[in-house]
Design a protein. Sequence first.
Length: 188
Amino acid sequence: MKEEKRTRRLWITWLGSFVSLALLMASVAIALQAGDVRAKPGEPTFLATVRPLGFKQIEIKPDQRYTSKDCGGGTIEWHFVITQVEPASNAPSSITVQFQYSGVMSIPLDRVTGKTAHYSAYTSIPETLINAWATIYSSWKGQFNLSHVDCVKGTPTPPPTATPTPTAVTTPVGTPEPTETATPTPAV
């Protein structure tokens, strides 16, 4: 009887160890599929952090936040750049900008020159930039900056927008057509 209990305990211990090892290996496999596993310099490897692959959110430099501009009631151009974008097709299609008075705006990509993506926002009245952010590929290593803020003379030309195509309106058969009615003219 004692031998049977001992064999049963060994079997349960072996099974528990096997299940624990299998779960550990499954956890590592999931972590490796979810992202890049690296220990921070000087940190033991068992405290490694998991960073997902794909995309990350970036913001402009903290010292560029709360930049103010007053153009005396005219238009203000806020020009943002994201550097070291490779290839150009990886440039974010838009950035999000928050202003004190104009609120939150989604700013489309204006152009890419070399490895730099350009974005321009336009506001009026004295304005203060609160923050700007974008989503970019996770291996990006450049800078996201407020390049310059200028007063613009005249009205900036907005980028072209799609014009809706008119659709034909059909009147069901048997429906009377609208008729013009005369508008009386007042006597002078």
